[in-house]
Design a protein around this ligand. Sequence first.
Ligand SMILES: [Mg+2]
Length: 221
Amino acid sequence: MPRPFWRSLIRSLIPHQYVMSVYDLDLHDLRARGVRGLILDLDNTLAAWRFGQPEPRLAEWVEGAKARGFSLYIVSNDLGPRVDLFSRFLGIPGVARAGKPRRRAFQRAIRALGLEPGEVAVVGDQVFTDILGARPLGCHTVLVVPVSRREFVGTRLVRRLEGLLLRHLAARGLLDGPVGPASGRGRSDRPSEGLTDGEAGGRPADSARGGGPPDGGDFLC
Ligand SMILES: [Mg+2]
């Protein structure tokens, strides 16, 4: 049986949901879970890393979320000018150089939203920054498939470890997804792509659509 530290660490790495893109977030379901705020990563979540520009479709999605009563906030490890560009275009606040997975920027955003951690969903494309930083705070966490393959060289190295982790979680039935249309968007080396439903995870109704969050309890069994 894993020791408590490892059990806690493993639990912190398991997203509650895994979707193809922000457009595949089920906002109705999130509201039903009590989520009222969305903290969004920028690079490879809202747009391609470094060079992706804000698009009208993204602005429409943000307006739709606002209309449903969600408050939104960008928390990014990117530099200030790029975060400012997206914040102005989308009309939502943001913080740059967030230092994820450190929790300070998440906590700042949660306070700014005027919500409790359990009322916030953190959406991002990296397990070791977005999910690891947010889940221990008590936030709902949603992993998305990266918008593009292009990314910081250090991130590409971490992706190898992340890929191993996600494949292991899927094999243990602790992660289902990514949920969403096979749009061709994002990376092709995500663990569930090319797998049948049964191979992709044994809890099809849990992590994606409303069951209890995976706790990683049988991760090492
Ligand atoms: Mg990112």
